[in-house]
Design a protein around this ligand. Structure first.
Ligand code: UT7
Length: 332
């Protein structure tokens, strides 16, 4: 039987720490408001000139090292981001070039906060079906470039941070040890405009004008309360869906790694599942919401600090723009 295992994890955070107090100087906000509403204390921002491919490259190198792979071992790349270096082509091919690989395929995933889970499911399916034996999956974001860093944009500007995470995925035939179990993916496009960025848009002529920029259409638009309301319900539902499909219990989970959207969302989900603080991972205080990068950053951290060990039962879960949401279960 062909299954997929996580052979290595890696992450990279830019050195530049931006605290809530730093943001107080740019907009009408307070450290108290940000911490109370989101749990965020600080986040990382890149220096101008650094893109999400650069961050993804550093995370990928760390994952390769942990897996004991050489770049030539990579047979395929999956890259999840909503903040690519270029409108097209996607970051996948840019990373392929930076890693100095041969002409391996590269797939770009556009599923925002759920991007890593969608990417993981695609990579897992390729490996199971025998198309590839070793795939590099990256989630990376540079949000600092696209935020409206003033009072008008404060509802989103305080939430997001830059960073990258990566995993090396390889084939295994041993269902008694490390392997990915299954994924559950969902979307509901009725809510597309609850969290979106309107332009550049090929529906418009021209697709980007100074007026659109002045109107703020190049910045993320979010109905925070609506996103929050759906997130709490869907996070819980898609974890339960995954466990029930396998006949496994919440108690058997060693760790849940949720996408880091808001500490209050994570806390709500944790309480509803009846799990302890230690069983639901949170690092949002340090990095904010890094969208497609948040789960692989967290996964890499818990591998490095020994929170999870080989064979532990883990659930990844995400919800975000689309709306899209999903979960993945695996034995690490
Ligand atoms: O990864 C998925 C992506 N996004 C999410 O998951 C976000 C989900 N939503 C949330 O996390 C929360 O809705 C937010 C943290 C975005 C906002 O928290 P909230 O408790 O829903 O606040 P609110 O939007 O209802 O705003 C409350 C007040 C408003 O003032 P008024 O109208 O009550 O006078 C806002 O104008 O807080 C004001 N406000 C701020 N005040 C200080 C909004 N942003 C800020 C800010 N600093 N940064």
């Amino acid at each position: 039987m062909r299954l997929t295992r996580i052979a290595g994890t890696g992450h990279y955070l830019p050195e530049n720490v931006v605290t809530n107090q730093d943001l107080e100087k740019l907009m009408d906000t307070t450290d108290e408001w940000i911490q109370a509403r989101t749990g965020i204390k600080e986040r990382r921002f890149v220096e101008p000139g650094t893109g999400s491919t650069d961050l993804g490259l550093l995370a990928a190198r760390a994952a390769l090292e942990e897996a004991g792979w050489e770049p030539e071992d990579i047979q395929f790349i999956v890259f999840a981001t909503l903040s690519p270096d270029m409108y097209f082509p996607g970051n996948g091919v840019l990373l392929q070039k930076e890693l100095g690989l041969g002409e391996v395929g590269a797939l770009d995933v556009r599923n925002q906060c759920t991007g890593f889970i969608y990417g993981l499911s695609a990579a897992d399916a390729y490996i199971r079906m025998g198309m590839y034996d070793r795939i590099l999956l990256v989630g990376a974001e540079v949000h600092s470039a696209g935020m409206q860093m003033n009072t008008e944009g404060r509802d989103t500007a305080v939430l997001f941070g830059d960073g990258a995470g990566a995993v090396c995925l390889e084939v295994t035939d041993n269902s008694d040890s490390s392997h990915i179990i299954w994924h559950h993916l969902h979307s509901d496009g009725r809510f597309a405009e609850e969290l979106c960025m309107y332009v550049p848009s090929a529906k418009r002529r021209p697709w980007l004008t100074k007026e659109m920029i002045d109107e703020g259409l190049i910045y993320p638009h979010m109905n925070g309360r609506e996103v929050f309301r759906h997130a709490v319900v869907k996070f819980h539902a898609v974890i339960m869906e995954a466990l029930e499909a396998q006949g496994l219990s919440v108690e058997s989970l060693k760790l849940v790694i949720p996408h880091q959207a808001n500490e209050r969302i994570t806390e709500g989900v944790r309480k509803r599942l009846g799990l302890s603080n230690e069983t639901v991972y949170s690092n949002i205080a340090r990095y904010g919401n890094t969208t497609a990068a948040s789960i692989p950053i967290a996964l890499s951290e818990v591998v490095k600090d020994g929170t999870i060990e080989r064979g532990d039962f883990v659930c990844l879960v995400a919800f975000g723009s689309g709306f899209t949401w999903g979960s993945s279960l695996f034995y690490y």
